[in-house]
Design a protein around this ligand. Sequence first.
Ligand SMILES: C[S@@+](CC[C@H](N)C(=O)[O-])C[C@H]1O[C@@H](n2cnc3c(N)ncnc32)[C@H](O)[C@@H]1O
Length: 207
Amino acid sequence: MGLFKRFVSQTRKPEGFLGRIMINGMNSGHAKLAGWGMSHLEGISPESIAELGCGGGGNAKALLKRFEKAKLSALDYSELSVEKTRENNKEFIAEGRCTVLQGNVAELPFEDKSFDLATAFETVYFWPGPQKSFAEVYRVMKPGGIFLICNESDGTDEEGLRFEKVIDGMKCYTEEQLISALTAAGFSKVTASHHPSKPWITVLAEK
Ligand SMILES: C[S@@+](CC[C@H](N)C(=O)[O-])C[C@H]1O[C@@H](n2cnc3c(N)ncnc32)[C@H](O)[C@@H]1O
């Protein structure tokens, strides 16, 4: 496998030396996208948040700053991501507002109806299903809870489709595919927004 493929494949599950380099770049590399995604969360004040596929933990930190009364559980199946998220959120962990768990979104280690808000930035491309994984998110959401998905590829852009070919197991979903899988998983009121000048997409789904 070429170095480029080995490196970009670290987005799927950061591991080892290359994973460490990738994860160091994720927080800064995804900050603008995540900020745009979070701008769709106006008018809510969640008390409990699940940040799924948390990577380096930058988005967990931004959510904890944005929603000052919330407690957040961050989850990722990569040991490195868990380590980095803990390192980046030391203060919030010490305050008792943040916990970080290693686990797979396909089998979430949470009770039913636990969260007001669940977020997934740049990660659903890799989730099993995705309907199966979305059904797991649905299970752990409280009634009325919001699930936010934010991707830099809306499944139609050249760059996203190029990465899809290089990274095994990656799938860039279109708006229609996401809405259909979320609806089949049980969510209602599913809406999508596209960035005016980039192929970025944010989808909000209510339980
Ligand atoms: C491209 S990174 C994005 C990280 C972070 N959300 C961000 O925006 O910077 C994708 C992350 O999702 C995690 N991930 C992918 N599939 C997962 C799964 N099935 N369960 C838990 N984590 C998963 C990977 O380990 C990786 O840390």
